[in-house]
Design a binder for this molecule. Structure first.
Ligand SMILES: [Zn+2]
Length: 302
C-alpha cells in the first residue's frame, strides 16, 4: 500500500477518504534536466496519472539545476546579464530564477528569524537607491539585531526625489507617491513578533521614524544618534570618526551594497522594478544571515 494522496481527488472533499488506497505505482519517467527518474502514480478513482514531481516546488522548470547557482552569483556582485553569460543560459531564465529563488528566500528568511529568541537591542535605518534613474529614488528600510548583525526585516518603498532633482523629477515623470509610511507600518507590525516589547531601538535623527516606532513599540526605548560624515570606504555607509554607535546597521548596509550589484554607488547596473529589488534583497539578506559568524542557533536541532 502506498501512502500517497491523489492531488486531483484531494480537491474533491467527498472522495478524499478513499484516495490513498486507490493510488498505485505506474512506472517511471526520466527527467533530463537533473538526470533523475521520477516515480509515476495512477489513481483508479479519478483515472488520472500524476508523479512525485507533481508536488515539487520546481514543477515545470527545465533548468532547475541552475537555481542555486544563479542565487549564489546574485549575492556575489554579479549582474543578471553577466550571470547569464557565465552560466551560458538565456537572461530571461536568470530573471525567472531571480523571482523563484527570491520568493523562496523571502519565506526562508522569515522562517529563519523565528528560530531565534526575540531581539533586545535593534537598530533601524534607511538605505537609498533608485529605479531606472536617480529621479525615481527608492528607500530600503532595514532593521538589524545589534550584537549579531542579523537582519530581522526590510522593506522597499518608492519615494519622491529630494534636493536639486525634485523639480526635474516632477517635470519629467510626474508626481511620485511616497510609499515609505505605509511600508514602514507593514514592516514594524511584522517586526513586533521578532523584537521584545521592552527593547532598545537605535536609529539616526531622521524625524520620520519617531512616530511609527512609538506606535508599534510603545514600551521600547528609542535612542537617536546624530548623522556623521561618511568615509571613502564602505560605499558611504561606514563613518569617518572613531566609534560609531550605529556601526551594526552601517556595516550591514555597506555589506548589502557591496554584495548586490544594483546597490553599488556609481554602478552600471540599476533596478528596473522595485519588486525585483525586493526579491534580490531577500536572497542577499538570507545569505547574509546564514553566514554570520557570531550567530549560534539556540534551537538548531529542529
Ligand atoms: Zn484521484
Amino acid at each position: 500500500m502506498i501512502k500517497i494522496n491523489c492531488p486531483i481527488c484531494l480537491k474533491k472533499p467527498t472522495r478524499s477518504k478513499y484516495s490513498t488506497s486507490a493510488v498505485k505505482k505506474a512506472g517511471f519517467f526520466h527527467r533530463s534536466s537533473d538526470r533523475k527518474s521520477v516515480q509515476r502514480y495512477y489513481c483508479s478513482l479519478c483515472k488520472k496519472y500524476f508523479s512525485s514531481a507533481t508536488f515539487n516546488e520546481c514543477l515545470n522548470q527545465k533548468k532547475r539545476h541552475f537555481n542555486s547557482k544563479v542565487a549564489r552569483l546574485l549575492v556575489g556582485v554579479v549582474s543578471l546579464r553577466e550571470s547569464a553569460r557565465i552560466l551560458k543560459i538565456n537572461r530571461k531564465t536568470v530573471a525567472r530564477k531571480l523571482i523563484f529563488m527570491g520568493r523562496k528566500a523571502e519565506l526562508n528568511l522569515k522562517k529563519f528569524n523565528t528560530r531565534f529568541p526575540k531581539a533586545r537591542h535593534v537598530i533601524y535605518d534607511d538605505l537609498e537607491t533608485f529605479e531606472h534613474t536617480k529621479c525615481k529614488p527608492i528607500s530600503i528600510g532595514l532593521m538589524v539585531e545589534e550584537e549579531t548583525r542579523r537582519i530581522l526585516g526590510y522593506n522597499v518603498a518608492r519615494m519622491p526625489a529630494k534636493g536639486l532633482l525634485a523639480k526635474i523629477s516632477v517635470a519629467k515623470y510626474g508626481k511620485r507617491i511616497d510609499e515609505r509610511p505605509k511600508k514602514r507600518r507593514l514592516l514594524f507590525s511584522y517586526l513586533n513578533s521578532l523584537v521584545e516589547e521592552e527593547s532598545i531601538i537605535k536609529s539616526d535623527e531622521c524625524p520620520y521614524y519617531f512616530k511609527s516606532i512609538l506606535r508599534h513599540f510603545p514600551k521600547a526605548a528609542h535612542i537617536k544618534f546624530k548623522g556623521r560624515a561618511s568615509a571613502i570606504v564602505g560605499q558611504g555607509e561606514l563613518k569617518k570618526v572613531g566609534f560609531d554607535p550605529l556601526f551594526a546597521i552601517n556595516h550591514t548596509c555597506a555589506t548589502l551594497r557591496a554584495r548586490t550589484c544594483r546597490l553599488i554607488r556609481r554602478t552600471w547596473c540599476t533596478t528596473k522594478k522595485p519588486e525585483m529589488l525586493n526579491l534580490h534583497l531577500a536572497i542577499v539578506c538570507l545569505h547574509h544571515n546564514l553566514n554570520l559568524k557570531k550567530l549560534s542557533l539556540p534551537r538548531a536541532a529542529g
